[in-house]
Design a protein around this ligand. Structure first.
Ligand code: GTP
Length: 816
């Protein structure tokens, strides 16, 4: 016999009991065992050493186990346990060749490995071939007896063994027919079974409960090879569909799926080596647990490396992915269904538990992507809401209606989006994100509402400002008894208009009544505020106003014509009237009178200031109680006070000081006027002039030429008088008057002469040939014109030098 092809048979466990893990792994890969699920069978053979086991297996299954060279004698060729795949047998059948028993190589007492390998074979195999020589049947010291004993003993160590088929292969069968041999064999087996010590629970258990016993006899391979081959070929047929119901295999309760075979075999050998009892059901669960775990991990790793998933995960970082839910569902589904397919033959409870774990893990992996998608949907929906809301508002829709419609449609849009991204494997609840969206939408609506309300308030405040500020200013400017009633009326009217307008506008905002009332009250308060502010502003300018009023009344008559102080006016009465009008203004401005309450400010002021004016110098007014020595008005709260009593008093003092000058000027102007008008000297002077100047008067009467000369001199002096405005020059004193005149005298005389010369030349050039005798007439006319010019120059100078209207009036009077 040739040597076995080692690449086809693998040593599973070596002679020292070391399990060849990598060898089994590569064997399962090469034999495509992993894909078999439960459709595979394991056959093992045990029997005495060199009993032709390998030879039988190679012929029966087309394997290449190492066989003993017939010419080298009976020595052990198979060490440990070898493994090979049967060729062309359905289902996939794996066969194990065990080291022969009772061999001389290990010694008679060294049965530990035999027991271990027998237990291993029983634990993993569906069919165990027990190779025996025909001549050993019925013999007391048959070679296979210790083997069977071993098998049955170890069988007890399988906590809940699977029912294995024991196929006794009788080698070198004799002419005795099998029908005669089989009962003897079965009797032998029974005897051995009965002799084996059993645990309490199995004392009476028959062999058939643990094993299906089958018997087959084969001719000698060495002597009747042809017959041997024929019988082997027929035996081979029994291995086809061995796992089908009624097949050669025993019950397959303990079978592990093919993908778990490798791990299962390792664990069983480990347990056997540790000399522990083998609990096959527990082992099955253990194998299922480990394998399902492995498969789950493998599937999870596949998912994390899945290109589609990686792309989806990446894409979702940067924005919403269309069809996210469907895509992710497919990816997750693929992962879970692959797991299901691969673990289908493992223990149901275990695989379900692991499936749940895998599903949880997978969902945990993909959930962040789902959350990102929800985030995208939320932000997109919020953006859409803002846009739609803005559009609706600018389209003229009522605020509350627009908010309601847009919110509803946005939430529907969000729900639809959530349904699109949901995956069928998970029941994730997007309500938290939905709640956040709702909160964001509400916040936006509130923000827009606040802005719109602020706009609305600003609009009506502007209207109130326009409607109140200037009219109130004008009314306060007029300041009389009707001022505050008129302001109140105006305020009431404008407030009413604004409040009704605002109230109508607010109805579209769907805000509570309390807020509306508050806003309207604020608007009313604002209107009052406008009036108060204006009044306060005006109160700040009260002194100017008082002076203006005084000046108007003092310097203008009842027809608004500038007053001319001719001397007939009662300056005292005019001053009093002007001051009392100014005081009236002060009393109007002193406090805000937006309610109907009556105050006594005018009287108080009038008594304290106007009457005080009349008796200012009396000691009584100094010593008596001063009603204005206070910072508050009686019965008027400080909030309504614009000018305190003490401020009124100070203002009045300042007002009087600043208007005093005008009065003094008026008095001076009046007196000057009186003086100017009274040009006749006193009667005694006239009498003295007549007595003393009688001679000169007579001389003049006798010589009329003197009269003409005197008249010319008079005209010249008069012209100089007017031109130099001598009376006003001396108003500031004699010395300043003389100094001023000394500088102006010569230029004025020169200017006067120059003009006279010019005026004289014009008629000389035109009229000399027509009327050469009218010299004196022209001189007189020129003098007159010079006088006019002088008067106009005087008027110009005085008005430019003196800004006050009183002096201007005075000047006009002078010119007249
Ligand atoms: N008499 C007889 N000899 C056989 C038969 N089949 C094989 N042999 C011979 O038995 C010897 C041992 O054959 P193997 O097949 O190696 O026996 P084995 O049981 O596998 O041997 P180990 O693996 O060493 O236990 C070889 O010389 C075979 O030619 C048979 O049917 N009858």
């Amino acid at each position: 016999m040739g040597k076995a092809d080692e690449c086809c048979s693998t040593q599973l466990i070596d002679g020292d009991g070391t399990f060849n893990v990598s060898g089994l792994e590569s064997f399962t890969k090469e034999a495509n065992l992993r894909e078999c699920g439960l459709s595979y069978a394991v056959v093992s053979i045990m029997g005495p050493q060199s009993s032709g086991k390998s030879t039988l297996l190679n012929h029966l299954f087309g394997t290449n186990f190492r066989e003993m060279d017939a010419y080298r004698g009976r020595c052990q060729t198979t060490k440990g346990i070898w493994l090979a795949k049967c060729t062309d047998i359905e289902p996939c059948t794996v066969v194990m060749d065990l080291e022969g028993t009772d061999g001389r190589e290990r010694g008679e007492d060294d049965t530990a490995f035999e027991k271990q390998s027998a237990l291993f074979a029983l634990a993993v195999s569906d069919i165990v071939l027990i190779n025996m020589w025909c001549h050993d049947i019925g013999r007391e010291h048959a070679a296979n007896k210790p083997l069977l004993k071993t098998v049955f003993q170890v069988m007890m160590r399988l906590f809940s063994p699977r029912k294995t088929t024991l196929l006794f292969v009788i080698r070198d069968k004799t002419k005795t027919p099998l029908e005669n041999l089989e009962p003897i064999l079965r009797e032998d087996i029974k005897k051995i079974w009965d002799a084996v010590p059993k645990p309490e629970g199995h004392k009476e258990t028959p062999l058939s409960e643990f094993f299906n016993v089958e018997v087959v006899a084969l001719s000698s391979y060495e002597e009747k090879e042809e017959q041997f081959k024929e019988q082997v070929a027929s035996l081979r047929q029994r291995f086809f569909h061995s796992i089908a119901p009624g097949g050669l295999a025993g019950d397959r309760r303990g079978v592990v799926p093919a993908s778990g075979f490798s791990f299962s075999a390792q664990q069983i050998w480990k347990v056997i080596k540790e000399n522990k009892d083998l609990d096959l059901p527990a082992h099955k669960v253990m194998v299922a647990t480990v394998r399902c775990e492995e498969i789950a991990n493998e599937k999870f790793a596949c998912l994390t490396a899945n290109e589609e998933w990686c792309q989806l995960e990446m894409a979702v970082q940067s924005g919403p992915v269309p069809g996210f839910g469907k895509k992710l569902s497919l990816i997750v589904d693929k992962c879970l269904s692959e797991y299901e397919a691969e673990t289908i033959y493992f223990d149901e409870a275990v695989r379900t538990a692991k499936w749940n774990q895998l599903e949880a893990k997978v969902l945990q992996l993909v959930q962040p992507a789902y959350q990102s998608m929800l985030g995208h949907i939320r932000s997109r929906t919020l953006e859409n809401f803002k846009e739609a809301f803005d559009k609706a508002l600018s389209g003229g829709e009522e605020f509350a209606v627009a908010a309601r419609h847009c919110t509803k449609s946005s939430m529907t849009q969000f729900d639809e989006g959530c349904a699109d991204v949901a995956i069928k494997q998970a029941k994730w609840d997007p309500s938290k994100v939905g709640d956040k969206l709702q909160r964001d939408i509400d916040a936006h609506v509130s923000q827009v509402r606040a802005a719109k309300l602020a706009e609305l308030t600003a609009l009506y405040e502007r209207k109130l400002n326009v409607g109140l500020a200037e009219p109130v200013e004008a009314l306060l400017d007029a300041a009389d008894n009707d001022t505050w009633p008129a302001i109140r009326k105006l305020l009431q009217r404008e407030t009413k208009v604004a409040v009704s307008g605002m109230s109508a506008a607010l109805s579209g905002f769907d805000i509570d009544k309390e807020t509306v009332n508050k806003m309207l009250t604020n608007l009313e308060d604002y209107a009052k505020g406008v009036v108060e502010t204006k009044a306060r502003e005006e109160a700040g300018r009260v002194l100017i106003r008082m002076k203006d009023r005084f000046s108007t009344l003092f310097s203008r008559d009842s027809d608004s014509m500038p007053r001319v102080w001719t001397g007939k006016e009662d300056i005292r009465a005019i001053t009093k009237t002007a001051r009392s009008a100014s005081l009236k203004l002060l009393s109007v401005m002193a406090v805000v009178r937006l309610d109907e309450s009556v105050d006594n400010i005018e009287n108080t002021l009038s008594l304290a200031l106007m009457d005080g004016y009349n008796s200012a110098s009396t000691s009584k007014s100094i010593t008596s109680f001063d009603p204005l020595a206070s910072s508050t008005w009686e019965e008027v709260p400080p909030t309504r006070t614009l000018i305190t009593p003490v401020q009124c008093k100070n203002l009045w003092r300042q007002f009087k000081v600043e208007t005093e000058y005008s009065v003094t000027q008026a008095i001076a102007a009046q007196e000057a006027n009186k003086r100017n008008n009274n040009w006749l000297p006193p009667p005694w002077a006239i009498v003295a002039m007549i007595v003393l100047g009688f001679n000169e008067f007579m001389t003049l009467l006798r010589n009329p030429l003197y009269l003409g000369v005197i008249f010319v001199v008079f005209l010249l002096v008069k012209a100089l008088w007017v031109q130099l405005d001598i009376s006003s020059e001396f108003r500031n004193g004699i010395l300043p008057g003389l100094l001023s005149l000394s500088t102006k005298f010569l230029p004025t005389v020169m200017d006067l002469l120059k003009r006279l010369a010019e005026e004289g030349q014009k008629p000389a050039a035109t009229d000399a040939h027509r009327n050469p005798t009218s010299e004196s007439k022209r001189l007189g006319s020129s003098m007159h014109a010079g006088s006019d010019l002088a008067s106009s120059a005087s008027s110009t100078m005085t008005s430019s030098e003196n800004g006050s209207e009183y002096s201007s009036t005075l000047q006009q009077d002078k010119v007249k």
